[in-house]
Structure formats: C-alpha cells, structure tokens
Design a protein around this ligand. Structure first.
Ligand code: UD1
Length: 367
C-alpha cells in the first residue's frame, strides 16, 4: 500500500514553498503527499503537488481582548478536533510541520494520535510554533544550523538545508555572467512572499541619484505591495527605466537566475534561493519580524562575501545607490559575490530532507 506523508504548512510563502519542494521529491519517490494548511496558505499552494489539500482552522492569541482570545481558543480547538479525525482517517507514515501557527493544531493532533512526527525550521533562529513543537516531535530538520538551540533540541536535529523548488534548480544551472560596460544591468527587487513597502520608495530614490550612464543600463523587476504598485510603476516610467512591477511574480526563480543583482529581504527561502542559484545580493532584513531575526539567516552568506547585509535604518538612498553601482560597474566584484553565494547553497536539501522522512517512516513501510 502506498504510504501517505502529511505536510503541514500555512501562512506565508516562506513556510509553504519549502514544503512544496519536499512534496515534489516525495512524489518522485512514490509516496502519496497530502497538505494540511490554513485559509491563507491556499494563496501560495497553487503549484503544490498534493494528492489532497486539507484546510485546518488555526488562530493566534494576537489580541489582549478577552472576546478575541476566546474566539481564537475556540478556533484552535476546532482545528485540533478536526485534525485528530484527519489523522485517524489518513494514518500518515510521517507528519511534518514547516513552522508557523497554522501547523500547531495538526502537529499536536499527530502527536496525540501517536504518529511519527518531525518539524523543519527554515530560519537560523527557531520560530515560536516550532519552539513549542520541538520537544514533542521525533525529529527536527534545520534549513540553517541552529547555533543557539538547547542541547536537547540539537540532539535530535539534522541540518538538511532549505528545500528549493524545481524552477530554482533549473535557474541554478545557468552560470552567472556579470554585466559589462554598457550592457543592460538586470536588477531584481522583492520583499519576501508578501512584498516590502520599504523598497517601493527606496529604489526609485536610489536610482534618482545614479549617473545617467548607469540608469540607461537598468532593467528592473520589482515586486510591490498592491497599494504601492501604481506609484512604483509611475516612478520608473518617469525615470525612463524599463520595469516590470507586480505584487507577486510566479516565475521568481527564473528572474533571480537572469538577475545581475538581487535586492531583497532575507527570509529563509529567499536566502537559500539566492545561494543555490548563486547571484550577488544586497539584503535588507525585515526589521519587525516577531519570530525570526532575518539578519541571522544571511550571516553565513555575508561571512563568505556573498552578500552585503544592509540594515534598513542604515540605508539612505545614497548608500543603496552606491551598493548597486559597485555591482554594476565592477564585474570582478560581482562575479566574486556570485561565486561565494553559490558556495553556501545546498541544492540537494529536498533530497536530504526526504531521506530523513524515509528513515522515520521506517523500513517496513516503504512505498
Ligand atoms: C515577515 C516575516 O515574518 N517573514 C518570514 C517569512 O517570510 P516570507 O514568507 O517572505 O518567506 P521567504 O523570504 O523565506 O520566501 C519568500 C519566497 O517567495 C518567493 N517569491 C517572492 C516574491 C515574488 O514575487 N514571487 C515569489 O515567488 C521567493 O522566491 C521565496 O521563495 O517566512 C520566512 C521563512 O520561515 C522567514 O524567514 C521570514 O522571516
């Protein structure tokens, strides 16, 4: 009988996309793959190769209002009860959580029913949901070494890297070639899966400070939040710079592959993709993240000389303009960054994670 693996991931692309990459690998090994996600997760699950998608209600205690807390508690309880029934019906060989509060009800249900469980943490600093689940699950996989984790947590941890989706591996096969002299310079700007408001003003302001010669070379892809999209498009049109602007690009891996420079946030998947593909970058960590210190995600890449990490509060337009100019006008510098990034990438993370899943599923239960 075909074994079923249940992947639990919700919320943002940062949790869903590594699960999607693992799903492709598991499917190719003959497993049935199901996805448990929340209502929001559906937004990013369009290309998810799941045999079935199960929506499990979840909530966080974000408000101090007693009515809101009661509502959140009831929703969590409903999600948990539904997930218990789902686990009993599906009897998955392994249940894997990818972090974020939507994974708590299904993962707790899997623990309660006594199923083999594991979590994957994408970030250098573990998020709250995974911290809560870590002592309860059988195994922990890490996208980035967790230097600050407790010894008990480290004892059951394997560093697999962050699985990247097939289009990322395709883009990784294209070698980096720096833009020379007066050739076009392709700049890709994005802010994680949800977009970052900061870049909507920062990029046009930086570009206004550049020399006419450099501006004439620029070809821009920029993700902008829906409320900023029109302004960003207008700014580029006024500057006479060819730019594609959208709230979300579904072909982002190919765009990173074609980029001479990436300017982005340093969410875990973003950093992993930049490394696997091997492109120069300027990373601006999200300053208000509750769970993740995004700067920590980029620390190893920065240490190898593969990126410049620029905290948002220390990034006036003049500095951003200079960081972009250097990559555009110094091809040897750009090529060194691309090479250093590639040296940090883990292209076979999906395979390593699937090996771990298979070892937990047990020898008697192979598909
Ligand atoms: C604000 C916040 O809490 N962010 C967290 C969230 O980030 P977030 O959801 O932004 O996730 P990541 O930066 O890890 O990944 C973004 C993903 O979206 C893709 N992409 C982006 C733009 C676009 O137009 N098209 C597209 O496909 C990228 O290629 C990448 O695969 O989860 C990450 C992984 O746990 C964490 O590291 C981040 O700290």
């Amino acid at each position: 009988m075909t074994q079923t693996i249940l992947l639990c991931a919700g919320g943002t692309g940062g949790h869903l996309f590594p699960a999607e990459a693992l799903a492709h690998e598991l499917k190719s090994r003959g497993y049935a793959v199901h996805l448990a996600t929340d209502e929001r997760g559906g937004r990013y699950a369009g290309a998810f190769p799941a045999d079935e998608v199960h929506v499990v209600p979840s909530a966080t205690f974000g408000s101090k209002n007693p009515v809101a807390i009661l509502k959140a508690g009831l929703k969590l309880w409903r999600g948990y009860r539904g997930a218990i029934a789902l686990m009993k019906r599906l009897r998955p060989a392994v249940v894997i959580g990818f972090g974020g509060y939507p994974t708590v009800p299904p993962m707790m249900a899997a623990v309660q029913v006594g199923l083999p469980t594991m979590i994957h943490e994408q970030n250098a600093v573990m998020g709250r949901a995974n911290k809560f689940l870590a002592p309860r699950v059988r195994a922990i996989a890490a996208g980035i070494p967790q230097d600050h984790a407790d010894a008990a947590i480290k004892a059951k941890m394997t560093v697999t890297g962050n699985p990247v989706r097939p289009p990322v591996l395709e883009a990784a096969s294209i070698p980096y070639a720096a833009s020379q002299d007066d050739e076009p310079f392709r700049l890709v700007v994005f802010g994680g899966s949800q977009g970052a408001q900061f870049f909507s003003k920062a990029l046009p302001a930086a570009i206004a400070l550049m020399s006419p010669a450099l501006r004439a070379r620029l070809r821009v892809t920029q993700q902008a939040r829906p409320e900023d999209e029109a302004d960003v498009r207008t700014a580029y049109a006024a500057a006479g710079i060819p730019a594609e602007v959208s709230p979300f690009f579904s072909d982002m891996a190919a765009r990173i592959g074609a980029a001479h420079l990436v300017v982005s946030r340093s969410g875990a998947s973003t950093v992993s993709e930049i490394c696997v593909i091997g492109r120069p970058s300027v990373l601006v960590p999200y300053p208000h993240a509750l769970d993740h210190d995004q700067a920590a995600n980029a620390a190893r890449l920065e240490g190898e000389g593969g990126t410049v990490v620029a905290p948002q509060r220390e990034l006036p337009a003049s500095r951003l303009a200079e960081l972009i100019r250097r990559v555009a006008e110094e091809p040897t510098y750009a090529e060194g960054m691309a090479k250093a990034a590639k040296s940090v990438g883990i292209p076979d993370a999906a395979r390593l994670l699937a090996d771990l899943v298979a070892s937990i599923a047990g020898p008697g239960n192979r598909p």
